[in-house]
Ligand binder design. Structure first.
Ligand code: PHE
Length: 345
C-alpha cells in the first residue's frame, strides 16, 4: 500500500504542476478525488487489507488525499494570479490607429467682438491703444473733470489700492494718456478691463470690458460721432441700425449722451406677437453706450487747446454689446468658465 500511495503522490504532483488552466485543474480533481477517482479507489481498497494494517494504511491514504487537495488549491491560485497579471498588462501601442485630436481652445466671445471692432475702427484710421489696469487717481478722475468730493465718484464704486492708486473704473483715463503722448489729430480706441466694487448679478460684474473711443481734431462735431457709431454698430450687429441720442451726464463730456439702438429682438416695434417685447420693455430701444463731446477741461488736461480743437468720446461696454449681438441674458456667463457656453462661439 505504501508504494501505491507514494507512486500516486509523485504522479499527482507532476500532473498538477503541469496543469495550465483552471479547467485542467478541475479535470485532475475529478480524476484523483472524484467518486471513481484514483485516491478514492485506494480508500476503497483498504477493505481488502488485513485488519491490523488498515489503520496505518488508512492514515497514509488520507494524508495523500489532503496533500492532493492542497496541491490542487495551490495550483488554482497560481493560475488565477497569472491570469490577473496578464489582464493588467497594457497591449502594445498600435501605430496604425488614427490619432486623437487634442481639444483646441477658442477665443472668448468678448475677444471675438473686440477684435472685430478693432478691425472696423482700424479701417477708419483709428489707433488701438492700451492703458494700465492699475491707474492713478489723477487719470481716472481728476484729469477727467471729476475733482475730489465730486458726487460722480460715488457712482464708480472704486477698488482703492492705496491713496492715489486704484483699479481703473473705466477706460476713459487713456483719453488723457493719448493726448499727452500723441500729436493731433487723434483717432484712437482703447479696449480693456475695468473694475468696480459691485454686487454681482445678472447685469453687473466687478470686472468688465470697455472700449473707449476718442477723436480730437479741428471741426469735430456730433455729426462725426453719429456717423462713427452707426458705422461700427452696423458692422458689429450685422444689420442696418437706427440710433438715437438722449441727454446723459458725464463730467468729462459736454454735451453728453446716452446712445440707444433699435431693439434687435422686435425690430424696434416694441411688440412681440400680442405682447410687449420683453427685451426692450416694449420701448423699441436698447440703451447701448454713453458718449459725448470731450469737455474743454479734459482737452486742457491733455494739453489740447479747446479754442482750436474739439473732439468726441464714447465708452462701449463690450459685454453689453456681445449680449445684444448674441441674445445673451446673463452677464455672469462671460466669466463663469462653463465650456457649454464658451464652445458656442
Ligand atoms: N467712462 C464712462 C463710464 O464708464 C463712459 C463714457 C465714456 C461716457 C466716454 C462718455 C464718454 O461710465
Amino acid at each position: 500500500m505504501e508504494d501505491k500511495v507514494q507512486a500516486l503522490s509523485r504522479k499527482a504532483r507532476q500532473e498538477i504542476g503541469e496543469a495550465r488552466t483552471l479547467e485542467e485543474v478541475r479535470a485532475l480533481e475529478v480524476r484523483l478525488l472524484g467518486k471513481k477517482g484514483e485516491v478514492t479507489g485506494l480508500l476503497k481498497g483498504l477493505g481488502s487489507l488485513p485488519k491490523e494494517e488498515r489503520p496505518a494504511a488508512g492514515a497514509l491514504v488520507n494524508r495523500l488525499k489532503e496533500e492532493v487537495r492542497d496541491l490542487l488549491e495551490k495550483r488554482r491560485e497560481e493560475i488565477k494570479a497569472r491570469q490577473k497579471e496578464a489582464s493588467l498588462q497594457v497591449p502594445p501601442p498600435d501605430p496604425t490607429e488614427p490619432g486623437r485630436r487634442p481639444d483646441a481652445g477658442r477665443l472668448h466671445p468678448i475677444t471675438l467682438v473686440q477684435e472685430e471692432l478693432e478691425d472696423v475702427f482700424a479701417g477708419m484710421g483709428f489707433m488701438v491703444l492700451d492703458g494700465p489696469d492699475v491707474e492713478l487717481d489723477y487719470y481716472n478722475f481728476e484729469a477727467l473733470n471729476i475733482p475730489k468730493d465730486h458726487p460722480a465718484r460715488d457712482a464708480h464704486d472704486t477698488f482703492w489700492i492705496e491713496e492715489g492708486l486704484l483699479l481703473r473704473t473705466h477706460t476713459s483715463p487713456v483719453q488723457i494718456r493719448a493726448m499727452e503722448r500723441f500729436p493731433l489729430p487723434i483717432r484712437a480706441i482703447v479696449p480693456g478691463r475695468c473694475f468696480r466694487h459691485e454686487v454681482v448679478d445678472a447685469s453687473h460684474e466687478h470686472t468688465f470690458y470697455q472700449m473707449e473711443g476718442l477723436v480730437v481734431d479741428r471741426g469735430i462735431s456730433v455729426a462725426h460721432l453719429i456717423h462713427t457709431m452707426k458705422t461700427c454698430l452696423r458692422a458689429i450687429l450685422e444689420r442696418d441700425v437706427e440710433i438715437r441720442l438722449r441727454p446723459g451726464y458725464f463730467p468729462f463730456v459736454e454735451p453728453g449722451f446716452e446712445l440707444d439702438v433699435n431693439c434687435p429682438f422686435c425690430g424696434g416695434s416694441g411688440r412681440k406677437g400680442d405682447a410687449g417685447c420683453p427685451v426692450c420693455k416694449a420701448s423699441g430701444w436698447i440703451e447701448l453706450l454713453p458718449c459725448g463731446m470731450v469737455h474743454p477741461n479734459v482737452l486742457r488736461a491733455g494739453g489740447v487747446d479747446p479754442e482750436e480743437y474739439t473732439g468726441f468720446a464714447f465708452g462701449m461696454g463690450l459685454q453689453r454689446l456681445v449680449m445684444v449681438r448674441y441674445g445673451i441674458q446673463d452677464i455672469r456667463l462671460f466669466m463663469g468658465g462653463d465650456l457649454r457656453f464658451l464652445e458656442q462661439f
